[in-house]
Design a protein around this ligand. Structure first.
Ligand code: HEC
Length: 152
């Protein structure tokens, strides 16, 4: 009897501890996932940026492929900002404002996803001028979000 009371008390202590550890692991995983997505986005964004800035020749096939990838990655960001995956989950440049103004943040993300999808469509036409114009809009969507929600 005494023993079982002891174990009940021990379990009562351990169970919440275990679930809070699990939650932290999920938050840390979300943070790592988010940062990996942004690294993957910039990996594909940079070569397009170089084309737009004349640092390398416009390559329609490559532009099409990279625009498609960025558009796809932009959609994955939808689940990369769960509550709890901010500064308490590890080293991050994501500002608390993301979770304090979730509607505005969601609107920023939506704008980004929209512009990325537009770039994907434009890139399929293979014309440098329209690609450049839409690429600038996409870049503005990155900056628009970073200005409010990412530490420098
Ligand atoms: C909806 C908001 C939002 C949009 C749109 C956005 N970013 Fe970010 N970005 C962030 C936040 C927040 C972080 C910080 C993530 C972290 O550290 O947890 C970040 C981080 C980054 C990083 C650093 C990744 C790392 O950990 O090394 C790069 C690079 C980056 N973004 C590039 C871009 C580019 C390029 C675009 C547009 C093509 C873009 N971002 C669009 C919010 C956004």
């Amino acid at each position: 009897m005494r023993l079982s009371k002891f174990w009940l008390a021990a379990l009562a202590l351990i169970i919440p501890l275990a679930t809070s550890v699990a939650a932290n692991e999920a938050d840390e995983a979300a943070l790592a996932y988010r940062q990996a997505l942004f690294k993957s986005i910039v990996w594909n964004f940079s070569p397009m940026s170089e084309m737009v800035r004349g640092k390398r020749e416009f390559d329609a096939a490559e532009a099409k492929k990279r625009a498609l990838t960025v558009s796809y990655l932009s959609l994955l960001l939808a689940e990369a900002f769960p509550k709890g995956s901010g500064s308490n989950a590890g080293t991050t440049d994501a500002l608390d404002a993301i979770w304090q103004q979730p509607e505005d943040f969601a609107a920023r993300l939506k704008t980004f996803q929209f512009e990325a999808n537009e770039l994907r469509k434009v890139a399929e036409q293979g014309q440098q001028e329209s690609f450049t114009a839409q690429f600038r809009k996409l870049g503005a969507a990155c900056k628009g979000c970073h200005d409010s929600y990412k530490a420098d």
